[in-house]
Structure formats: C-alpha cells, structure tokens
Design a protein. Sequence first.
Length: 228
Amino acid sequence: MLYKTNGIVLGFIRYRDTSIIVRIYTEAFGLRSYIINGVRSAKNKNNKIALYQPFTLLDMLVYNKPNTDLNYISESKIYQPFHSIPFDIHKTTICLFLTEVLTKVLKSDEADQELFDFLMNSILSLENLPQGFENFHLQFLIRLSGFLGFYMVEASEIGEQLQRAGYLFDYESYTLQMNNLISADYGAVQHIPNKIRSEILNALLKFYQLHFEGFGEIKSLNILREIY
C-alpha cells in the first residue's frame, strides 16, 4: 500500500552495481530504509542520487510493509529546495557530521511528530542563516538530547556526569559559553574561540557516549575540525 510522507535523508550506502539503500527519517513512520534502484547506472540521466544527500528534505510516496527492513519509494521530490547548504562547505560539513550522529541515535521505527518537526525546523534554520552558524552543531546536539531522554539543562550537569564517568572536563572554565549555547537561539552571535568550541564539542560527544551504548567515534569529526 502506498503512503504519502515527508522525509529527512540521513545518508545512503551503495547496493549492488547500480542501486543504493537510503536511510530516511520519515514523518509518518520514523526511521526507514529504502532501496533505490538504478540511480548509479550510466543510463540514469536525471541525477536522482542528488535527492539522497544528507539532510535533503523530501516529499515522498512510499510503500510501507510492516515487519520489513527494506521498502521502496514510488515517487520522491524535493520538499524544500536548498540555496545555501549544498554550496557552503561549512554548512555541508555540519550536515555530514550531524547526519552521522543521527544515524547512531535514531532507532525507532515509529512516528514522532515533535522530533520530526525539530529536525525539519533545525535544518531550515541552518539553510536560512547567512552567518553566525559556527556553533549550530553544538546547539543542535544540546537540543536533540531533549528528544532522546537526557536533556542537557546546564553546563554543571554535563560536567559533573562526565567527571563521575572519569572524563576530565574542566566544565567550570566553559560554564558561560555552554549555558549560552543551551539558552540561545540558532544564529545568536556568540564568539567562541576554536579551541574552546572543540573542547565543548568533545564533551558533548562524550556525554552522548554515556547515554548510548555503542555510540563510538564519529568519522566525520576530523573533517569538521579541519573546516573550523
């Protein structure tokens, strides 16, 4: 049976010679994997693989079989075209990093409207920010935690939990910056030196590791650090 839903692309892997398996967080069904046939074929002139880049927002008509790991997309088109994310290396790298995090923490195959709206609105915020988005990924991680059951209320809470777990993080030195990140809107001007931003990011990722068994390392982290 066919269903209409919006979706947020998290990434894809190659499948066989010409196809891909794409992971999409859908509004109607939560996390889903879909087989897209023929998009890597030399005969494919429509460049449909461009639809399945990280954080692309899609309007889809999909098959949804219960208890099936892989489904199929009947139709897909861009729900909201991007005019800055694909052309700004900083924004593109942030998207790559955050989709890797989401792939590790989003597991549910049930709809969650509040989480979907948060992801959609956050992505559109990044798209529309002309500047001041160098801390976007930090704020995103903090806000996402609220939907995952371990919301970061203030810097001291994060620091104390990390210290109890044996991670040496001098959170008191970063209290002002972290509390501002927790309370500020996306794009609010807040100058954080690169070294401090890197330390805060390391602490946030460690915090995620405390709450998600098997969270592991983020492969795109080094790329993010090089860009910033």
